[in-house]
Design a protein around this ligand. Structure first.
Ligand code: HMG
Ligand code: MG
Length: 293
């Protein structure tokens, strides 16, 4: 099994900060992203152009994008839910757009008040416009293993949603363990099916770490299936405001350490991640997963 170098996407400034009880001040967000830019990461999801009523923590994403210091070679991406969000995101000069849906109907209804089919129709014009302007694109599939309302999700459901997204011309899929409950065997079962339909280079795994299994999951996917795209959040901060009980994303520093120990060169400087995480201490407090000083 070939094991390419891990490709790590930092989602802390979006997935991490969106879930904190308070709104992190703009200058702290900008300092966090700027510190992450120095760590060797090549992609940072820096904000979300979603409804500010739904997620007030992301309401200042325009200002974040305007004030960060963009390091050449780093992609600064953002979550984009609909055409209104895309207009805002393009004005803010994002480097990649990320749309989202889920593999569970009740989660999608609770989260974005739409069926899976409706949510895919909602992003169709977003995808078309993103392609016209020539930006890269990813789609998230949430609750790909477990749903807080519907229990375990069958791999065939995830494959079905992935195929529909591929039908729109999306060629990067981030497969979300939204509530952080998946086990390595469940990851194996999903990848056994998914890799029949989706090329390995198009797959990212997005593990939350509620039960401490995320690193084991990532190593199983990488070493046994050659999947090399992973999302993580520096400091392990965050959760999902729409998934009761979900804790933060797997900590980027844990993934970097695990891959480096297993011979995967990440190109990321762990000391610089630690410095970035330390900037969150006053804002995230006990919600900071891994680095507390
Ligand atoms: P909607 O259909 O307009 O319905 O948006 P709504 O009732 O939710 O809209 C409320 C208000 O927001 C309306 O304004 C809209 O115009 C406005 P009003 O008429 O009341 O004055 N609005 C917007 N304003 C600015 N920018 C926008 C925008 N869209 C609507 N883009 C929608 C439905 C889903 C878009 C909205 O509810 C929304 O943005 N929700 C937030 C979704 C979100 O951010 N979820 C968390 C991120 S996803 C996640 O964490 C999972 C992931 O990490 C993977 C994983 O772990 O599984 C990616
Ligand atoms: Mg997430």
């Amino acid at each position: 099994m070939s094991r390419p170098a891990p490709r790590l996407v930092e989602v802390g400034p979006r997935d991490g900060l969106q879930s904190l009880p308070g709104v992190v001040p703009l200058e702290a967000k900008v300092a966090f992203v700027d510190a992450l830019s120095l760590s060797g990461l090549s992609e940072i999801e820096a904000g979300a152009f979603v409804s500010p009523k739904a997620v007030p923590q992301m309401a200042d994403s325009e200002k974040v994008f305007a004030q960060i210091t963009r390091k050449p070679g780093v992609i600064y991406s953002a979550l984009v839910p609909n055409e209104k969000g895309l207009e805002r995101a393009l004005a803010a000069k994002i480097g990649k757009a990320a749309v989202f849906t889920a593999a569970s109907e009740p989660f999608n209804q609770t989260h974005i008040h739409a069926t899976i089919a409706e949510s895919i129709e909602r992003v169709r014009p977003v995808v078309a416009k993103v392609k016209t302007v020539g930006l890269p694109l990813r789609a998230y599939i949430s609750t790909a293993f477990w749903c807080p309302f519907d229990g375990q999700i069958a791999p065939k459901k995830v494959v079905e949603v992935a195929r529909r997204l591929q039908g729109l011309g999306i060629n990067e899929l981030s497969i979300g363990d939204t509530i952080g409950k998946a086990s390595p065997d469940e990851v194996r079962r999903l990848l056994d099916e998914l890799l029949k339909s989706v090329p390995v280079e198009q797959i990212f795994l997005h593990f939350h770490d509620t039960y401490g299994k995320a690193v084991a999951n990532a190593l199983a996917a990488w070493s046994e299936f050659g999947v090399y795209g992973f999302d993580a959040s520096t400091g392990g901060v965050g959760g999902c405001p729409y998934a009761p009980g979900a804790s933060g994303n797997v900590a980027m520093e844990d993934l970097v350490s695990a891959f480096e120990s297993a011979g995967g060169r990440t190109g990321v400087d762990a000391a610089k991640l630690k410095a970035a995480a330390a900037l969150l201490v006053p804002h995230a407090g006990p919600r900071l997963g891994k680095i507390s000083a």
